[in-house]
Write a protein that binds this ligand. Structure first.
Ligand code: PAF
Length: 285
C-alpha cells in the first residue's frame, strides 16, 4: 500500500491504473469505514482511500481543531483491509491558495448545493454541504475514479453527492455502504470517540427512538409531524438536545407525504457536547 501526500505524486501513481474506486474519508477510521473499503474492493481493482479533514465543511464553532487525526493507525487498518493507495494531502494541497498564517482557504469558487442542503443537518450547519460537495468535487477531479463509495449513515450527504454527480454529468458510479452499528444499535462514527462511557451507553437511545418511529409508521400512523415531535420530546426527556427528527421520502429527501412508500427517518441530536446523527431507510408495508 502506498501513502501519498501530494496531488502530482498521486496523479503519477494512478496514471497506469484502470478501474479506480475512491473512498473519501476524514480519517479516524472505524469498522464503518472499513466496510466501505471492502465494498470498494469488490467494485474495482484499485482502491484509493483519501484521508483529509476538510476545513471548508466545518462551521466556526465546530470541532475542526479537535477532530481526531490518527493517520498511522488509519494506515494500518487500511493496509489490513486491502487498500492500494492512501491519499492524505495537506490543506495547501487541496486548497492551492491557502494562507497558513491567516488560515484563509482562499477557495473563492465553491459548489452551491441543492436546496435540501439547507434543511435537516444543513439548517444548523450552514454551508456544511457546500464544503462537502466542493471537497468531494476536488477529490473526484484529482483521483478521477470510476466508482466512489459513501456511507448511508450520512444519508443527506449521500443524497447531495448523488446530485453532484447527476447535475455535473460526472462519469462516476456512487456505491452506498450500509451503516455499521455497535451491538447496542449505536451507529459507528468517528465522533463516538468524544463520548464518555456513560454517554456511549446512553447514545443507543438515538437509534432506539428511530426504530420506534419506524414501528409506529409500519403500524399505520400517518401523522408524521406528530411522530417527529413525540420522538424529539422523548429524546429530550432522556437528556439529549434534539436538533431534528424527520420523516422523509428516501428518493427525494422531501418531507414524507401520505402516498410515499419508500421512506427514511433521520435524526440529529446532541448528547453532552457531541452531535450525533442516525437514520433508518425502509419501505412502508
Ligand atoms: O463523510 C465524510 O467523512 C466527509 O464529509 C467527506 C465525504 C470525506 C468529505 O470531506
Amino acid at each position: 500500500m502506498q501513502i501519498i501526500h501530494t496531488v502530482p505524486e498521486l496523479r503519477n501513481a494512478l496514471k497506469s491504473r484502470p478501474g479506480i474506486a475512491l473512498v473519501p474519508t476524514m480519517g479516524n477510521l472505524h469498522a464503518g469505514h472499513i466496510h466501505l473499503v471492502t465494498l470498494a474492493r469488490q467494485h474495482a481493482p484499485c482502491v484509493v482511500v483519501s484521508i483529509f479533514v476538510n476545513p471548508l465543511q466545518f462551521g466556526a464553532n465546530e470541532d475542526l481543531a479537535n477532530y481526531p487525526r490518527t493517520l498511522q493507525a488509519d494506515c494500518e487498518k487500511l493496509e489490513a483491509a486491502g487498500a492500494d493507495i492512501v491519499f492524505a494531502p495537506g490543506v495547501q494541497d487541496m486548497y492551492p491558495d491557502y494562507n497558513a498564517a491567516s488560515h484563509d482557504l482562499g477557495q473563492s469558487m465553491t459548489i452551491n448545493s441543492p436546496p435540501v442542503a439547507k434543511e435537516l443537518c444543513g439548517a444548523s450547519r450552514p454551508g456544511h454541504f457546500d464544503g462537502v460537495a466542493t471537497v468531494v468535487m476536488k477529490l473526484f477531479n484529482i483521483v478521477m475514479p470510476q466508482i466512489a463509495v459513501f456511507g448511508k449513515k450520512d444519508f443527506q450527504q449521500l443524497f447531495i453527492i448523488r446530485e453532484l454527480v447527476r447535475q455535473f454529468n460526472l462519469p462516476i458510479s456512487i456505491v452506498a455502504g450500509d451503516t455499521i452499528r455497535e451491538p447496542s444499535g449505536l451507529a459507528m462514527s468517528s465522533r463516538n470517540g468524544y463520548l464518555t462511557p456513560e454517554q456511549k451507553s446512553a447514545a443507543s437511545a438515538l437509534n432506539a427512538c428511530l426504530r420506534k418511529l419506524v414501528d409506529s409508521i409500519q403500524q399505520g400512523s400517518t401523522d408524521f409531524t406528530a411522530l417527529e415531535q413525540a420522538a424529539a420530546q422523548a429524546l429530550n426527556k432522556k437528556g439529549w438536545v434534539t436538533d431534528y427528527v424527520s420523516v422523509r421520502a428516501s428518493d427525494t429527501l422531501l418531507p414524507a407525504a401520505g402516498q410515499d412508500t419508500r421512506l427514511v427517518v433521520l435524526a440529529a441530536a446532541k448528547i453532552g457536547s457531541t452531535r450525533l446523527i442516525d437514520n433508518i431507510e425502509f419501505s412502508r408495508t
